[in-house]
Design a protein around this ligand. Structure first.
Ligand code: FES
Length: 56
């Protein structure tokens, strides 16, 4: 499922980034470009990031 439509970032891509060591929204934004246009996706992206971090 797409989380960020502007930058075509999926939940899978976010999970993959966490597996590669990303642990903050800042890092996630830097490496995917997520949230850099309309910003509507940041809340959902943050939730996915936190859920993934808890599950590592
Ligand atoms: Fe992510 Fe617009 S949906 S910046």
């Amino acid at each position: 499922m797409y989380v960020c439509l502007c930058k075509a970032v999926t939940d899978k891509a976010i999970k993959q980034k966490v597996a590669e060591g990303v642990s903050t929204m800042r890092e996630l934004k830097m490496c995917t470009g997520l949230g850099s246009q309309c910003g509507k996706c940041t809340c959902q992206a943050q939730q996915i990031l936190h859920t993934e971090l808890v599950n590592i």
